[in-house]
Design a protein around this ligand. Structure first.
Ligand SMILES: Nc1ncnc2c1ncn2[C@@H]1O[C@H](COP(=O)(O)OP(=O)(O)OP(=O)(O)O)[C@@H](O)[C@H]1O
Length: 319
């Protein structure tokens, strides 16, 4: 194969990921359905979608753990199955649920993985950054779920990979641990490491990602920077509130000036979209009062990735 041409972004290397028509079926289920995705180097890309959307299958196809039924995968310019041995030292993998020998100590596990690399990060430093210093001797099976996740992340990055795959890296973590992981991921990105992570936490995607790809039923339904996906019209604000389920949203819309859309997004959760001003909030609460209901948790905000998903699929991200 000839050398790749100079690219418009100035990086002459192959992209971190290049997926073309990627398809994977399990019996009658098409888990990944013709995904096209190109991820430049040095980017943090979040694959966002509800349970069963095809995120793990996509990442496992990229890792070379699964063979596609159709389409192609190139990872750092290589086929992850045919060139698995060459690719392995260049990538880091954090599978869903982590994994280590049950009886091995936390620090010992990380040292073992580090010993397989040519130029590992300092193990004690990494344990400290991830808040694991105090449990260095604790056997893996005695670590909390969040600690196991963090050790698994440490194992994925200790050998300075060029590209890291993280499958739901913060699931089950408390907010403090999640914050530590977010800081570490931001630092990796700043160092030019390419990161593909899956999540169903839209806040995680919005906070960390350069680029978000929303997938549903194995297909890409939206793709762009978090700002591009959510910003749209700066006038596009919204009011959310909770009240008893089944209020007549058409009546509420009729009580508002023209141009406002009202939806019950899930039973008892309501959303009014449009250019929100004090009069609109007053009209919403007055209408609720007429119905004899209290508008609880009333919030004014902007459209977020959750809203984008709802608009595209008619369903909520958090299923
Ligand atoms: N080994 C398998 N055998 C059969 N079906 C599978 C297998 N792996 C995944 N699937 C199915 O493929 C679809 C996509 O699953 P996948 O795990 O990729 O989704 P996901 O977006 O990662 O979901 P989650 O957020 O729950 O991890 C689901 O319908 C799932 O049941």
């Amino acid at each position: 194969m000839s050398e790749s041409p100079q690219r418009a972004d100035g990086d002459s290397r192959e992209p971190a990921l290049d997926l073309v028509g990627l398809t994977k079926r399990f019996g009658a289920t098409t888990a990944v359905n013709g995904i096209d995705l190109r991820m430049p180097r040095g980017q943090l890309l979040a694959l966002l979608g509800p349970n069963g959307a095809g995120k793990t299958t996509t990442i496992e196809l990229c890792e070379g753990f699964l063979r596609p039924d159709a389409g192609t995968v190139r990872v750092l310019g290589l086929d992850p199955i045919a060139s698995g041995a060459a690719l392995r030292p260049m990538i880091g993998v954090m599978p869903q649920g982590g994994g280590a020998y049950p009886g091995i100590g936390c620090a010992e596990m990380l040292r073992l993985v580090a010993s397989c690399g040519a130029n590992p990060l300092d193990v004690d430093w990494l344990l400290d950054v991830l808040g694991l210093s105090t449990c260095g001797r604790t056997p893996f099976k005695r670590l909390s779920g969040g600690q196991q996740q963090r050790l698994s992340l440490a194992c994925a990055i200790v050998n300075r990979p060029e590209l890291v795959f993280l499958d739901e890296p913060t699931s089950g973590m408390d907010p403090q641990a999640r914050r530590l992981v977010w800081e570490l991921l931001a630092a990796l990105r700043a160092d030019g490491v390419s990161v593909l992570l899956t999540t169903h936490l839209m806040e995680e995607a919005e906070t960390l990602a350069d680029h978000v790809v929303i997938i549903d039923h194995g297909e890409i339904v939206a793709s762009g920077s978090p700002t591009a996906l959510t910003n749209g019209d700066p006038e596009n604000t919204q009011v959310r509130f909770r009240a008893r389920a089944g209020l007549d949203t058409r009546l509420l819309a009729a009580a508002l000036p023209e141009g406002y859309a009202v939806r019950e997004t899930s039973p008892g959760s309501y959303r009014v979209d449009g250019s929100v001003d004090p009069q609109v909030i007053s009209a919403v609460t007055a209408w609720c009062a007429q119905q004899g209901v209290l508008a609880e948790h009333l919030q004014v905000g902007k459209r977020d990735l959750e809203d984008v998903f709802l608009e595209l699929t008619g369903r909520e991200l958090r299923t």
